[in-house]
Design a protein. Structure first.
Length: 163
C-alpha cells in the first residue's frame, strides 16, 4: 500500500484494514496483523500502526485479546457495509437524483439508465475476471478463487495466526 500525503498514515492504514474487513479478507473472530507486523510490512513507525489499530478498536471493529492480538468483532462487516451504503447514498445517489431532476428525467428514465449502465458494468467485470493476474508470472492466467477475489494485494499472510 502506498500512502499519500493528503491524510495521516494511521488513518489510511485503518481505512485499509476496515476495507479488508468489509471485503471479507478478515473474517469476524480472526486476528488482524499485529502492530509490529504492520510496521515492518509498511515500513512505518510501530506507534503509527498502533494508532491505526486503536482507531479501529474505538470504532468497535476490533477488540484486544491480551497476549493474543487484535481480532475482528462480530458484526464488524455488517457495520462497515451499513456505513458504506449510507455514504454511497449521500455521495452518489443523492447528487445523481438532483442532477436527474435538473435534467427533467423521470424516475423510469433514471431506472432505465441505471439498468443499462449496470449491464455494461457486468460485461466489463466478466471480461476482467479472465485477464492475467498481475501477481502471476507473465503468460500465466489466474483462475480467480474466492480467497483471491477478496484478498487485498497488500494483505499479510495470516495462515500461521489463524490455526
Amino acid at each position: 500500500m502506498a500512502f499519500d500525503n493528503d491524510r495521516p498514515i494511521f488513518i489510511q492504514l485503518a481505512d485499509q484494514i476496515a476495507d479488508d474487513i468489509a471485503n471479507g479478507a478478515y473474517a469476524e473472530g480472526t486476528a488482524v496483523p499485529s502492530t509490529n507486523e504492520l510496521s515492518a510490512f509498511h515500513r512505518i513507525n510501530p506507534a503509527t500502526a498502533g494508532r491505526a489499530l486503536n482507531l479501529l478498536v474505538d470504532r468497535q471493529l476490533l477488540e484486544k485479546h491480551r497476549g493474543r492480538g487484535m481480532f475482528v468483532v462480530a458484526g464488524a462487516r455488517a457495520q462497515l457495509l451499513s456505513e458504506r451504503r449510507s455514504r454511497f447514498a449521500e455521495q452518489f445517489v443523492a447528487p445523481m437524483l438532483r442532477e436527474a431532476q435538473r435534467l427533467g428525467l423521470t424516475r423510469d428514465e433514471v431506472r432505465g439508465t441505471i439498468t443499462q449502465m449496470s449491464q455494461v458494468t457486468q460485461t466489463v467485470d466478466t471480461s476482467h475476471a479472465t485477464r492475467t493476474n498481475p501477481t502471476n508470472p507473465p503468460g500465466q492466467t489466474a483462475q480467480p478463487t474466492q480467497a483471491a477475489q477478496s484478498a487485498h494485494p497488500d494483505q499479510l499472510d495470516l495462515d500461521r495466526r489463524t490455526r
